[in-house]
Design a protein around this ligand. Structure first.
Ligand code: IMP
Ligand code: MG
Length: 176
């Protein structure tokens, strides 16, 4: 294996990810049939998940992105959330599905939901690839969840450690 895979052990394989995303896409397709759905991806971690999820949804969806930052390079949430890039269009009257890589403490999602609600969407729901229940502080209702994972720091498939490993095709535990 190349240097990219050093210090990382596979937690969720590429095949497992793709199978789960196909199933999520089907459920979302049924739930939003006939609605005006906009997928709001939370950058940067969502970029691969959103790319695959969008192709698993058989509806004419809109796609937009929000840049949020809650970490400052380490593996612990700072609790301080910042919008680094706002949506390109209003979401008033639209059904919003927030597409997130992982919900850990829930602080990021709480901030984001409060912010989105002020923009008068028809609805806001959450689709998160991963959830770490052991570290959760703010209970958030995850409408569509890929996988529950143990309280380990994970990388790959969009998730980073210090901006690296996002391009791994699987989710792995970062062993340091
Ligand atoms: P929360 O605010 O604690 O729920 O953290 C949410 C954000 O922290 C996610 O969107 C990720 O960007 C980042 N994050 C949380 N856990 C991990 C992890 O295990 N690996 C990489 N990033 C993580
Ligand atoms: Mg994130």
């Amino acid at each position: 294996m190349s240097e990219l895979h050093d210090n990382v052990s596979v937690l969720i394989s590429e095949e497992e990810l793709q199978a789960r995303i196909t199933a999520l896409g089907r459920t979302i397709t049924e739930q939003y049939a006939g609605r005006e759905l906009v997928l709001v991806g939370v950058l940067k971690g969502c970029f691969l998940f959103l790319a695959d999820l969008a192709r698993a949804i058989d509806l004419p969806v809109r796609i937009d992105f929000l840049g949020l930052s809650s970490y400052s390079g380490g593996t612990q949430s700072s609790g301080v959330v910042r919008i680094t890039n706002d949506l390109s269009k209003p979401i008033a009257g639209l059904d919003v599905l927030v597409v997130e890589d992982i919900i850990d403490t829930g602080l990021t999602m709480q901030y984001l939901l409060e912010n989105l609600q002020t923009r008068s969407p028809a609805s806001v729901r959450i689709c998160s690839l991963l959830f770490k229940p052991e570290n959760n502080r703010i209970p958030v209702e995850i409408d569509h969840l890929g996988f529950e994972i143990p309280n380990k720091f994970v990388v790959g498939y969009g998730l980073d450690y210090d901006e690296k490993y996002r391009n791994l095709p699987y989710i792995g535990v970062w062993e340091g």
